[in-house]
Ligand binder design. Structure first.
Ligand code: ADP
Ligand code: MG
Length: 331
């Protein structure tokens, strides 16, 4: 991918905020919008109901998107460059973080579709290279990993290789073309919705990881060694609702067993905070399934974008502040 315009964000996690519009329920209760994007990087708390407790009113991030920003724009300006680095042999992860119903799935599925379209456009424009695409999809629910491409599959084990953690027996499908990949995406969506009717609120408690691996090599290259071979993967992660971790974010970082706190979500918060602070810290990837699986796609040479989704409603102020706290720690 040669459309990279700047190196400014190469070293750190790109953090953006996306506000969704007030929904019908919120509007019917005369709820009000508390947030406004005053420019591309600044989010303003309007304090409509004149709360006294809040000191800080303006928050700055790498990018903020208002109610009227379409997903295509969110993709172009927050995730595209990072997702498409998969074509340059660099691993990356795109996360959606936020409370339930804030727009994570809406945003992440749109971003995934945009990436797929751009990857295939790139492939079509580069007939001099051969590409092999592989796709896998999993869900982590209560620290159990499930294959989203297998109906009724049992939990999968994680195996430790010296180099990385592998999900044992996870289906990896060779993608034949763009439509095949779109089909695979809709299978995952159906699988997840399927789960939702049997298990209460699964999507608010589970993490979904979709992973696209791209291998490419100059066509007709038969030389020894692998100098022209590029391999990397991009992971699209639709996280559990952030309300699952908010207790701990506000009360320090001690992991409390027994309550409904989501271990993977908490550990991710710690890992992201440490990664954003610098390279030398011990990063506790091993403390959760999510961070073990993503270890090679976070930190090191990998690139990361986090899109924090928020409801603008006054009713959700507390959760929105927790989301901003997470986002601030990540940048
Ligand atoms: P989450 O995955 O965070 O629980 P969803 O993505 O399912 O939330 O979004 C909740 C609802 O809000 C869905 O009906 C979705 O279509 C709608 N929605 C979310 N974000 C937007 C947006 N930016 N613009 C319009 N509708 C949105
Ligand atoms: Mg969702």
């Amino acid at each position: 991918f040669d459309g990279q315009d700047s190196n400014a964000h190469d070293e750190k996690i790109f953090v953006s905020i996306r506000l969704r519009p007030l929904n019908d329920t919120e509007l019917s209760k005369n709820d009000v919008s508390e947030w406004e994007c005053i420019d591309n990087t600044t989010l303003l708390f309007k304090n409509t109901l004149h709360e006294r407790t809040l000191q800080l009113t303006a928050y700055t991030f790498d990018r903020v998107f208002g109610y009227d920003s379409p997903t295509r724009q969110v993709y172009d300006e927050s995730a595209k460059k990072i997702a498409l680095s998969v074509l340059n042999g660099m691993n990356s992860t795109i996360f959606a973080y936020g409370q339930t119903s804030s727009g994570k799935t809406y945003t992440m599925s749109g971003i995934t579709e945009c990436t797929v379209a751009d990857v295939y456009e790139y492939i079509n424009m580069h007939p001099e290279r051969e590409f092999i695409l592989k796709f896998s999809a999993m869900e982590i629910y209560n620290e159990a990993v499930r294959d989203l491409l297998v109906l009724e599959g049992g939990p999968l084990r994680l195996l430790d290789d010296p180099e990385r953690t592998v999900v044992d027996k996870l289906t990896e499908v060779m993608v034949t073309d763009c439509n095949h990949l779109r089909e695979l995406l809709s299978i995952c969506e159906a699988q997840r919705q399927n789960g939702e009717t049997t298990l209460n609120e699964v999507s608010s408690r589970s993490h979904q990881i979709l992973r696209l691996t791209v291998e490419s090599q100059a066509r007709g290259y038969h030389g020894a060694g692998s100098s022209s071979l590029l391999t990397a993967s991009v992971s699209f992660v639709d996280l559990a609702g952030s309300e699952r971790a908010s207790q701990t974010l506000s009360a320090g970082t001690r992991l409390k067993e027994g309550c409904h706190i989501n271990r993977s979500l908490l550990t991710l918060g710690t890992v992201i905070r440490k990664l954003s602070k610098g390279r030398n810290a011990h990063i506790p990837y091993r403390d959760s399934k999510l961070t073990r699986i993503l270890q090679n796609s976070l930190g090191g040479n990998a690139r990361t974008a986090i899109i924090c989704t928020m409801s603008p409603a006054h009713t959700h102020l507390e959760q929105s502040r927790n989301t901003l706290l997470f986002a601030s720690c990540a940048k």
